[in-house]
Design a protein around this ligand. Structure first.
Ligand SMILES: [Zn+2]
Length: 333
């Protein structure tokens, strides 16, 4: 009997949660809109398509320099997220989720993949972003040309940190100047690198180059540049808050950190940003790569955050991005 009561209580609470969340709205069949500002469009490589356990950085035990290298992701959990095995599988799954959750995405990476997604999605729901992290990838003239053609609406992910370089490095200045002139918002990777990034695959990566204060010179040189700090400068909270306090145009996204670092830590970080007064400047992002279900996993963190009000959740999942990217919200509802 006790067990039956327990089962009944669980069923009732599941039904209640479902009805309360925007996933299961009774009155409207449409999910409240979501904008994911941080999606990577990449060709699926089956050889590297490993499954992944969210919040896998809950344990970073370290490694011995003379032993095996540390592993980047953890696949050892009850329900790892499955990696897509082909471009088609990934696209079909992404499109289905975007439709069901009423999503718009900002996608950078392979232009062919982005175009294919644009064809498959509803109009305006896939916004192309151009990524550049070093002057060796493209000249400033070619970059400006690319932006002027109108396909790309956003610049990012810019990730000089992986080259051990500051975002204020003069070698990138011409690109940022072009974005400022053309009124193109810019997303810059700052902070996160995972466990042993330097030891595994990014020897030039420097944790210190993720310090949000390194943006100050860039922002001073380009007072009209609209920057959002990808990964919210994790874990450099104090610097992030100070930078945002001094620079009213700076936003952050919570991509990547939201599903890789320990969940409690993620919630403390987001809560602190909101508590410090920046709830209107947090953008939702996934850092989606090869695991289609990562969207639901990551969106769930915001949906289930008991420290956020309904309005604060809507700001993070939609309203803040509409404002930052100057989107037409009526077309995305
Ligand atoms: Zn990044």
């Amino acid at each position: 009997m006790k067990r039956l009561n327990l089962i009944l209580a669980i069923i009732i609470s599941i039904v209640a949660t479902f009805n309360n969340s925007s996933f299961g709205q009774k009155s409207s069949p449409k999910h409240l809109p979501i904008i994911d500002v941080h999606v990577h469009a990449m060709k699926v490589n089956p050889a590297f398509a490993a499954d992944m356990c969210p919040w896998f950085l809950s344990s970073m035990p370290g490694a011995n320099p003379n032993g095996p290298a540390p592993t980047f992701i953890n696949t050892d959990c009850a329900l790892p997220l499955k990696a897509a095995r082909s471009d088609k599988e990934f696209q079909d799954s992404l499109m289905a989720t975007m439709k069901r959750l009423n999503m718009t995405i900002i996608a950078s990476g392979d232009a062919g993949i982005i175009r294919s997604w644009q064809k498959a999605a509803a109009p305006g729901r896939v916004i192309p972003s151009i990524s550049i992290s070093s002057s060796e990838e493209m000249t400033v003239v070619a970059f400006t040309d690319s932006l002027s053609k109108g396909f790309y609406k956003v610049m990012g992910e810019v990730a000089p940190q992986y080259q051990g370089m500051s975002p204020s490095d003069q070698s990138l200045d011409g690109y940022f100047a072009a974005a400022e002139k053309l009124n193109i918002p810019v997303g810059i990777h700052m902070g996160t690198g995972g466990n042993g990034s330097i030891n595994i695959s990014n020897p030039k990566y420097r944790a210190s180059m993720g310090n949000p204060f390194l943006l100050e010179d860039l922002l001073a040189r380009h007072p009209k540049l609209q920057v959002w700090v990808m990964h919210a400068g994790y874990p450099m909270m104090d610097e992030m808050l100070a930078l945002m306090g001094a620079n009213a145009y700076v936003y952050v996204d919570v991509a990547g950190m939201i599903w890789s670092y320990p969940l409690e830590e993620v919630n403390i970080y987001i809560k602190r940003l909101v508590q410090a007064g920046f709830g209107k400047r947090i953008l939702y992002g996934t850092d989606l790569m090869i695991w289609p279900k990562l969207l639901e996993t990551s969106i769930g963190v915001i949906e289930n955050a008991n420290y956020l009000s309904f309005d604060q959740k809507r700001d993070i999942l939609f309203n803040n991005a509409v404002r930052f990217f100057r989107l037409d919200e009526n077309k995305l509802k």
